[in-house]
Design a binder for this molecule. Structure first.
Ligand code: SAH
Length: 224
């Protein structure tokens, strides 16, 4: 007998939408199979507010709690692919938000450490990772602009909020050969996604294109 329960229908609907999103990402030039696989297996609908569940697989940023946003899937895919995350890597993410990007990183890396200035976002994200069985993530509420020196150095660092200037103190927390990606630019103006690669005393930078992120704000949020 065919099971037509609502949950199963919703589940297969999500799978179809996820599969068509993957096709769209491929068409946009994302070819890294590990990244595409991670994006296909992490259910984005679990990371967006219920009222936006129907749009979970649209390629667009969506609002989340605390006036923040979950990035568009194509931006997550691009950043993750450029970060070149390997399975032995220790990764630091600044800007947990919904915890979606964290979950993608956790599928690819050995360990992910993530920081958000809102305690409530960290708590909500932790509950989502638990449901999904992701156990290689440590999260804390705090000011990510200082990084996490106790756990440094990191193989990779991803900042998912726009900084006004190059984050020298975060680059200092990278291993030699490490890569950091961050949007750079004003909150309401042109931001460039920028890659920093540490090579001994040298740091090489590469422009990855125009993006739009919420600003990186110094300090821990007073409320929430
Ligand atoms: N990666 C997230 C999107 C994050 S939006 C996702 O996949 O959903 C940017 C996040 O950066 C917000 O949640 C905001 O609270 C956080 N943020 C801004 N300034 C910060 C800071 N100084 N330290 C830590 N987090 C910060």
């Amino acid at each position: 007998m065919t099971d037509t329960s609502g949950t199963d229908e919703a589940g297969s609907d999500h799978r179809i939408k996820a599969a068509s999103l993957i096709l769209r990402l491929r068409a946009l030039g994302v070819s890294d199979r590990r990244v595409l696989n991670a994006m296909e297996t992490v259910p984005r609908e679990k990371f967006v507010p219920p009222e936006f569940a129907d749009h979970a697989y649209d390629d667009r940023a969506l609002p989340i709690s605390c006036g923040q946003t979950i990035s568009a899937p194509s931006v997550v895919a691009l950043m993750t692919a450029q970060l070149d995350v390997r399975d032995r890597h220790k990764v630091l993410e600044i800007g947990t938000g919904s915890g979606y990007q964290t979950a993608i990183l956790a599928k690819l890396a050995r360990r992910v450490t993530t920081i958000d200035r809102y305690q409530s976002l960290v708590k909500e994200a932790e509950a989502r990772w638990t449901v999904l069985g992701l156990r290689n993530i440590s999260a804390m509420a705090g000011d990510g602009t200082a990084g996490w020196s106790r756990q440094a150095p990191f193989d990779r660092i991803l900042v998912t909020a726009a900084a006004k200037q190059a984050p020298a103190n975060l680059v200092a927390q990278l291993v030699d050969g490490g890569i950091l990606i961050t949007p750079l630019g004003p909150a309401d103006g042109v931001q460039r996604l920028t890659l920093f690669e540490k090579d001994g005393e040298q740091v090489e930078t590469r422009d990855l294109g125009a993006v739009r992120f919420v600003p990186l704000v110094a300090g821990v949020a007073q409320n929430l």
